[in-house]
Ligand binder design. Sequence first.
Ligand SMILES: Cc1ncc(COP(=O)(O)O)c(C=O)c1O
Length: 455
Amino acid sequence: MTPNPAHAPNLADLIHDEANRFTAEHPRALALSRQAAAVWRGGTPMHWMGDWASPCPVFAAQGVGAQITDIDGKLYDDFCLADTPAMFGHGQEAVARAIADQALRGTGFMLPTASAVIVGRLLAERFGLPLWQAATTASDANRAAIRWARAVTQRPVLLVFDGCYHGMVDDAFVVLKDGQPVMKPGLLGQVHDLTATTRVIPFNDPEALAAALAPGDVAAVLAEPVMTNCGMILPLPEFLETLRDLTRQAGTLLILDETHTISTGPGGYARAHGLAPDMLVIGKAIAGGVPAAVWGVTAALSERMDAAAARVGPGQSGIGTTLSGNALALAAMRAMLAEVMTEAAYAKMLAGAARLVEGLRAVIAARGLPWSVVHVGARVELVFAASPPKNAAVMREALDAELLHALHLWLINRGVLIAPFHNMMLVSPMTEDAAVDRLVAAVDGFGGALERLAA
Ligand SMILES: Cc1ncc(COP(=O)(O)O)c(C=O)c1O
């Protein structure tokens, strides 16, 4: 039987040695992190920035293409890419020019600009939904979509899949624990029982889906077409088609959150696979890292939204934020959609991802590791399970925290950054084949280290 490296006796020693190496090689980051800890709670402006496996965060100096230089002068191949906003590469010239040009003419006016018309057309053409709204983050866009779904259907319940993440969206912070819906562990300051109005079921389970929709009280299903935030869980054949059919039959709206699965291709997963969501949400990369998100709706839903608003009458909808749709965000989106998120860019990133998948699978096979690799277009996930889990309950067993920590720290010390959460790796159009090969070689080296520990 293949030894399971998750239980290798001296993984803690490896982590210890690698942490020492990081500390020795990052004197400036350590000094800065001490200073930052005096002024930022937890030591970073946003607490996720402290979630890396290294003893202190790498402090970024600049990003060029798919590489980052840090303040200690070290160069990294970046497969995290800001956890998606930079998935087309850092320092995109077209976006930089658009941002600079717009900033000099005013960043926002609470008025539309001519770019808004162009962006709306580009979104409609690309994603196949005719009508759009802007938000500042994907979290905001999801919240807006949920509110509208409830308003339109006059139903209270949101349905999500166990293991989902859709941003800072209160309604989605529920999970299954021993098959029972509960609020997510660690959730802070939530005074409402979210399980009262959010139903949660396992992904890839048509029977559970049918049962959850049966009472007729579900306003919307909010889903990623491929789950990317609990490791990566691919849909089983026909599951998404069943999801579409059953939601339609139940009068439930289907909101697809393509914030991550935009890695599939130019029109996202839904376009590539002929799904027809009622609403579609995209954030993060859509404005090249300038905070912005968009959500689109069908013409039929738009009419129902008008009817819902008329039914409710004048007052405050409670949907919208001041900076949403500002001129700067629209200028950046226009540059992204017209000049950066091109067919050619996707061809390059998909080829790079295929190289990465092949390379990682070869390492796994050669070393007999009980791991697997899945991907959705340019987004690749290394899974610590021999066959990729089909739902979050199984995936959670594979998410070995110590092994993740060891791998991530090992990679950082070898000049490779992957997203600090599970083993998510993004390939951009600027990622060179040599960088992919360096990542594969680093994972191979890690596999070798595990073998030595187990020997
Ligand atoms: C699928 C998905 N939707 C929405 C979000 C929220 O994005 P943001 O944090 O930019 O609001 C995330 C963040 O990781 C995400 O993965």
